[in-house]
Design a protein around this ligand. Sequence first.
Ligand code: ADP
Ligand code: MG
Length: 606
Amino acid sequence: MQSRIKLLPSHVANQIAAGEVVQRPASVAKELMENALDAGATEIKLIVKDGGKALIQVIDNGTGMNEVDARMSFERHATSKILTAEDLSHIQTKGFRGEALASIAAVAHVELKTKTAEDELGTYIHTEANKLISQKPVATTKGTILSVKNLFFNIPARRKFLKSIQVEMRHVTDEFHRLALAHPQIVFHLIHNGNTIYQLPKSNHLQRISNIFGSRLKERLVPVKEETDYVKIYGFVGKPEFVKLKRGEQFFFVNDRFIKSPYLHHALLSAYEGLIKPKSYPSYFVYFEIDPEHIDVNIHPTKTEIKFDDEPTVYSILRVAARHSLGQFNLSPSIDFERDSSLDVPYDYVKKTPRTPKINVDPDFNPFEEEKKSKPNFLHKIKQEKTIFWDGLQSETQELSGQLEQDIAQEQLFESEVGQEHVSFQYLNKYIVTTHKDKLVFIHQNRAHQLVLFQQLMKQKEQNKFNAQQLIFPIELELQPYEIELLKTREELLTSFGFDVEYQQKFILIKSIPFEQKTLDITTIFQGLIKNLSLDIPMDVQQIEVDFAQNIAEKTAVQSGTKMNKPEMDALISDLFGLNNAVFSPKGKRIFVSLSGIEIENKLNR
Ligand code: ADP
Ligand code: MG
């Protein structure tokens, strides 16, 4: 039989490689700007037509290329940036694979004009699908102009796949932002269809951020800084009250290269634990500096993912640094106490104790008794002990709440109504309606119950007093052996919450539970815990505890849509208002709304 294996012709190989490197106009813009940066340019102009579908052009004032290099630059695996595999571990440049120009040229019309400082004349090269159309000397200034036209002209399927001009332009702009943010000392321009979108002067990081995203953003950030032998961290994170409801300005850079990292994202978000509501997104701009020996940037052709050789360390340093910054910011009295009182502070905010396990350490501290005095008091305490911060947040939250919330926090609700008839009924099987002074109060039964259960769990845990319920018939839960191993590593946590567990090879037996609740859904609760543990994300014990308690509360609480009888409702109301603070559920949702007599009258007389 004839041999059948053949080497691919280079134009085919280039087209295949192009599939990886060149996904859309934005990828071309990125590669060309990176080449300009690698060439030492101090000014880079990106000129785009029709979202890059018609033209992507990058003009730089970098080193330029001589005639030979200009021709060579379009060859695959042609690079001036590394010579040996050894060099891979010290990469300082953006590119090194020598693939970008070859890949781009394989799927577009390309024109290059380039000149070095030494040469009199520059070189002009025109190619289409990597075929040389023309080459000649040209008069030009030092640097390079690379124009890419009609991207994917020879791959109709991919050309058709391109999105609208607006969408493609958004991607181009994203890449532009990433590079401009990483290199504030470089002047950048972005021009689309003749309009100047950005003209960014040489500046520092914070100025660059505000030049791109507006000066208001600058006021909403706090600095982060941490230096260790392994990694240096520098940057800015958003103040908790300016979080967004959708993902927005979130940037990590490692050695000035933008990277995506769900892992580090998680680290950063965890620093906001308790400060922001779930599903909200703080802005961040975080720059890591690390010896290139410790990272691998070569795991992805577009190099937006990298690997640190010690990921958990970076995770912890980032988390601690960010938390520290957020804490410092919250300690600053001028900002701390002058805050907008309409601020929505999630309940989470007050119950976390990141450093000391003590919550409400000062039993005599009543923020409402003498509200005015409590501020200096609190400030005084801060000076004594930094970690007291969380306690302060509690008083702050209570200050922020309205009169009704305060009354509730002070357990005045029923006291003030002595002698008055107390009404409560269920509405839509979802809310408990009750009265307080002249107000009608609507309580979200599910959230209220979640909070009550959560607080009960945390309190019992803290005091180590569990009325664990022994089960006559232990609950058997079938699990994978690795899941059982995971649970075993958290035996202490489980016992501390009142779960008595017996471990077998392929199942566990749950012999006691924290409290008797007919709604307690053990299976889901354990599965939630296992999932959390198997994420392999370093979490501190407290975070796991809080997550676990939240989970139990969530899965156990009376659901919306469940009919409640009068004694059940009354018990819930009194449990709820017996708490120090009953404004937000453990996951930060509002528990009740109220309507006053005046509000009703206003509505009637409108
Ligand atoms: P890589 O950047 O991975 O080396 P590229 O295909 O992007 O590969 O570029 C190939 C080579 O062409 C580069 O190594 C560099 O020597 C040269 N080159 C590309 N763009 C420029 C530019 N704007 N200025 C100077 N040299 C350039
Ligand atoms: Mg390159």
